[in-house]
Ligand binder design. Sequence first.
Ligand SMILES: C[S@@+](CC[C@H](N)C(=O)[O-])C[C@H]1O[C@@H](n2cnc3c(N)ncnc32)[C@H](O)[C@@H]1O
Length: 235
Amino acid sequence: MAGIFYGVGVGPGDPSLLTLKAINVINEADVIIAPKTEKKEDSLALTIAKPFLKKDVDVVKLVFPMVSDSETLSEAWDANKGIILDLLKKGKNVVFLTLGDPMFYSTYIYVYRLLENCGYPIETIPGVTAFCAIGSRLGYPLVEGDDVLSIIPATMEDAKLDKVLAASDNIVLMKVYKNFPQLLEKLEQHGLAEHAVMTSRCGLGDEQVVDNFNNIDKGYQPNYLSTIVSRRTRA
Ligand SMILES: C[S@@+](CC[C@H](N)C(=O)[O-])C[C@H]1O[C@@H](n2cnc3c(N)ncnc32)[C@H](O)[C@@H]1O
């Protein structure tokens, strides 16, 4: 019998935020796939899921490079697709771990698209997104009443960013590690700086929260796993 491919969200950092379904699937898997963006990095999703792995489970660390060179990209992705299909053909149940939720700005989305028409069953198991965990951790309501919340990758094009910031009551800014000083200026211009809070590595041992940006160094570069939540009115 052919295997099943599971995309499993492990949440943003705290292992106790995994769902029961995620834990069961991880615990019964024949093979765990831990994605990494670079050869040197370790897989954070794997570290989070570690308490729930079967003792003798096969762990395969696959590198999904984030580079603009399309040839390198498609070669690596095709090779990874081949590895996963081989396992499914052999009847293995394969779990692909993903940080936060699998269908939310995740490498899993590309993997899902590569595999969805290959004839193997796929099940996606949701996870707690970083921004939801941050709202709860900080006691910071993200939206209430008629509020409009925009979830914004801060890496987006400038003109579009201005339009979204102008139209939103509340915001979640993801991927804030690039152009950080310019981003703070934009929040100021759009009246979204006063109640802004940045959380880095939420739920991990070295979590950091910054809620006052006045004295922050101009050259400060946040950790890759950093998210800013903000609202026009006080929470
Ligand atoms: C590629 S996206 C992954 C989103 C993830 N799938 C989710 O559901 O939250 C990476 C961005 O998610 C946010 N992020 C993920 N984990 C985080 C954490 N533990 N603490 C703060 N932000 C986090 C950061 O904004 C980071 O730049």
